[in-house]
Design a protein around this ligand. Structure first.
Ligand code: MN
Length: 235
């Protein structure tokens, strides 16, 4: 008797992200996202910027991974008239754990990337008004573009990285990760208090001010100093 599991159909391969300077890929488990983690963005969304961190998730297969230098094509999603960009620093977890203290967080980090938390803002706002889950606004297919992951040892000072999003060559979002309300180690402490973090988890750490709409044909360039850029074309 074989103990090998037999599936009724072939399971999909895991979602994965490119790694800078490597042919190996980073297999993705879950995608956590932090809401409102820059004060100026919290204010532009109508909040004070002083709340405890909160989280939502996207399915792993919402990932849209770009290889080094590649421009990935992002299909304009259905049901929306207001697709927003949110440029974010992404943390890639290489070692899981629960109740990870902020002081120990670095040990759990594989690397960093720049990503986009794409948002169907009109649908998200409808759900907010009704007190319903954000999934339809946040967790749609291809909603999580990500650039190549830079291993932590090769990344710059991610706690003080300039983070920029340009659309068609014009800056829309421009901030610095030093402006994060909750730092990367603090985010890891909070997430791992609520879930057991696993190797392969990604955490999108929140977006600075300047979120706005894109339309088909737009070319996006997301950068964070010390990390590989992300290039996206909306199609
Ligand atoms: Mn976001």
């Amino acid at each position: 008797m074989s103990s090998q599991i037999r599936y009724v159909f072939a399971p999909a391969p895991p979602a994965s992200a490119a790694i800078r300077g490597s042919i190996e890929r980073f297999p993705v488990q879950r995608i956590y996202c932090v809401g409102r983690n820059y004060e100026e963005h919290a204010k532009e969304m109508g909040f004070t910027g002083r709340e405890a961190p909160f989280f939502f998730l996207k399915p792993a297969n919402a990932l849209l991974s770009a290889a080094e230098g590649e421009t990935v094509r992002l299909p304009y999603p259905s049901l929306t008239q207001n697709l927003h960009h949110e440029v974010e620093l992404v943390v890639a977890i290489g070692l899981g754990g629960t109740r990870i203290a902020a002081a120990d967080a670095a040990h759990h980090i594989f690397g960093y990337a720049v990503g986009l938390d794409m948002t169907r803002r009109d649908l998200q706002n409808d759900m907010k008004k009704q007190g319903r889950p954000w999934s339809i606004g946040k967790a749609f297919d291809h909603s999580a573009p990500i650039g190549p992951i830079t291993p932590a040892a090769l990344a710059g000072d991610v706690a003080r990285a300039e983070i920029v999003l340009e659309v068609n060559g014009v800056a829309r979002q421009h901030s610095n990760t030093s402006q994060l309300i909750w730092s990367i180690p603090e985010i890891i402490e909070h997430v791992s208090a609520a879930w057991e973090l696993r190797a392969g988890d990604l955490i999108y750490t929140g977006t600075p001010q300047g979120v706005a709409a894109v339309v088909p044909g737009d070319r996006l360039q997301a950068t964070a100093s010390g990390l590989a850029p992300l290039y996206v074309q909306v199609v």
